[in-house]
Design a protein around this ligand. Structure first.
Ligand code: HEM
Length: 146
């Protein structure tokens, strides 16, 4: 009899990524903050394709499989209703799902990658030279008007 693999997963594999993606986006679609934006962008019949894209994306990120090719920045630029404040919430939900399914070490790897990608997406989408990111003071010369 072959062994049944159950969470918590110690290994990141295509199969465990699939489970993470399915569970995370099921939670997203029920989420009071995120559901509206996702449902407005992705029609019911488009969800299987979105999930397949996300599996390829995380496979590329975690397993360097090269299965994803795309441009997340330009895709997110076109997402109507996407607000900067939603990223923190997205990350909390992602972290909860990853922690539920994976052993602490691989869960931390997922979360670390997600945080870094979320930060670079936010900078690409929302950063303006005249409005420094939250918590960053403008350079002294600018602040003093010199
Ligand atoms: C505020 C948080 C976020 C929201 C509301 C959001 C929303 C969306 C939506 C609606 C789509 C589908 C766009 C379409 O098919 O037209 C999408 C695609 C995608 N998202 Fe996000 N997203 C968020 C954060 C993130 C983060 C943090 C990551 C990565 C860690 C990510 C990775 C992706 C990728 C890879 C795609 C597919 C891009 C492609 O089609 O090639 N998203 N997102």
């Amino acid at each position: 009899m072959s062994a049944v693999v159950e969470p918590p997963f110690a290994d990141v594999t295509e199969a465990s990524i699939t489970l993470l993606i399915d569970r995370f986006y099921a939670a997203v679609r029920r989420d009071p903050v995120l559901a509206e934006v996702f449902e407005a962008t992705i029609a019911d019949e488009e969800w299987p394709e979105h999930l397949a894209t996300m599996r390829r994306f995380w496979s590329s990120v975690m397993l360097t499989s090269g299965r994803y090719s795309g441009n997340p920045v330009s895709v997110h630029r076109a997402v109507r209703g996407l607000e900067r404040s939603m990223f923190a919430h997205w990350l909390v939900l992602f972290e909860a799902t990853a922690t539920e399914l994976f052993a602490p070490e691989p869960a931390a790897l997922f979360v670390g990658k997600a945080r870094r990608i979320a930060t670079s997406l936010q900078l690409a989408l929302f950063h303006r030279l005249d409005a420094p990111p939250d918590g960053l003071a403008p350079p002294a010369a600018v602040a003093s008007g010199r």
